[in-house]
Write a protein of this length. Structure first.
Length: 352
């Protein structure tokens, strides 16, 4: 047992099926009268559905959220906030919609209600990654933590199997890194194992049948737990690699996590005995191989080259990781990281 500090963040979490219909009550409890709804363009209909439920309480819809939270989009949304005297934000959709809501809250301190419909987990964290002039800057601020998180399993039934698989692997990555975080603690480690267990059980079933409500429920429950892990303890090499590949080489967020995770897990395995012990009942004695196999089973992407990364960028990516590394249980060496990225680029099996 190592010493630890455990911090909880105040947020109200509602979980179930058909819960979206109760959002009016949550808006009323927060005393909001003029809500701005934000979403990505693809979730505009969902945003409209939310506006219908809120009636006159929904003053405007801003369906322009985008991956990696571009600051220009946030500035446009803030104009709407000022012009329409908005007193609260409601986001519906994946991490992109929730990122925009958090970016608005950071600058306006408006209360937020978020309805996550992917497994990315942003709703449970004080973290915000924003992009401006081609650079991604990640900050942590309690101001961006949503006041209310409303999980409605029914809204995830429309997620494609490809998005479900990649997003599910993204969630698992949060929990895996929590198990070897420098500031790990027993409560978050319990949540991490439970979250990984729920997702590894649910994802194959979802890919077989996206309408399997039991599996959908397990996956969203797992995503909540994994997001809580991301929000509670520090992340290491895996998140550093994915932030670099996404932020500097434009690779898609969840898919990059899916490809890289078995490789970072294999890299860190020898230096993270607590993680190996904790995962043994769920993933066996070689969790990296187990996740590589899971990725095949659920048809998640397995090679960075299939996500559009050029082979010529491998060394540059390794240099960027080395330039400002996160704490990691195993020391991070340039040659090892270049090899790790090369193997992930080519879709080879993970190697410690
Ligand atoms: P996303 O929000 O772009 O959604 C992924 C895909 O799912 C999109 O194609 C979207 O149209 C689709 N989708 C969403 N809801 C759907 C629904 N109900 N039915 C059908 N399709 C639906 O991406 P994401 O992977 O959810 O989130 C990635 C973003 O979140 C990135 O910007 C990443 O940096 C950020 N993120 C932040 C944190 C944090 O703690 N700050 C954590 C995780 C992810």
């Amino acid at each position: 047992m190592q010493n630890f500090t455990y911090i909880t963040r105040p947020s109200r979490v509602i979980f179930g099926r058909g819960t979206l219909s109760s959002i009016g009550r949550e808006v009323a409890t927060l005393g909001l009268k003029r809500v701005l709804i934000v979403s990505t363009p693809g979730q505009k209909d969902l945003a409209g559905q939310l506006a219908t439920i809120l009636g006159t309480g929904a003053v405007a819809i801003h369906a322009h959220a985008a991956m990696h939270t571009p600051v220009t989009v946030t500035e446009d949304a803030l104009k709407v906030v000022r012009e329409k005297a908005i007193d609260g934000v409601a986001a519906i959709g994946g991490g992109s919609a929730i990122g925009l809501s958090k970016a608005i809250a950071l600058r306006s301190e408006l209360p937020q209600l978020v309805v996550p419909t992917t497994y990315a987990g942003s709703e449970m964290t004080p973290i915000l990654g924003e992009t401006a002039e081609g650079r991604k800057i990640t900050l942590a601020d309690p101001k961006v933590v949503p006041n209310v998180v409303l999980y409605d399993v029914d809204l995830t039934l429309s997620l494609s199997s490809a998005v479900s698989a990649a997003s599910g692997m993204n969630a698992i990555a949060h929990a895996v890194e929590a198990l070897y975080a420098k500031d790990r603690n027993p409560v978050i480690s319990l949540m991490a194992v439970e979250g990984i267990s729920a997702l590894t059980r649910a994802l194959p079933a979802i890919v077989r049948d996206g309408q399997d409500t039991k599996a959908r429920s397990d996956a969203l429950y797992g995503a909540w737990l994994c997001g809580t892990c991301l929000g509670a303890v520090g992340m290491a090499l895996h998140h550093k690699l994915c932030h670099t590949l996404g932020g500097s080489f434009g690779l898609p967020h969840a898919q990059t996590h899916a490809v890289v995770l078995p490789h970072t897990l294999a890299y860190n395995a020898s230096a993270a005995p607590d993680m190996i012990r904790a995962l043994a009942p769920v993933l066996g004695n070689d969790p990296a191989a187990a996740l590589h196999k899971l990725a095949s089973e659920i048809r998640a992407p397995k090679a960075l080259r299939d996500l559009g990364m050029a082979e010529a960028d491998i060394a540059a990516a390794a240099e960027l990781v080395m330039a400002n590394p996160y704490w990691n249980p195993r020391p991070v060496e340039f040659g090892d990281i270049r090899t790790l990225i090369s193997r992930a680029w080519a879709g080879e099996a993970p190697q410690g």
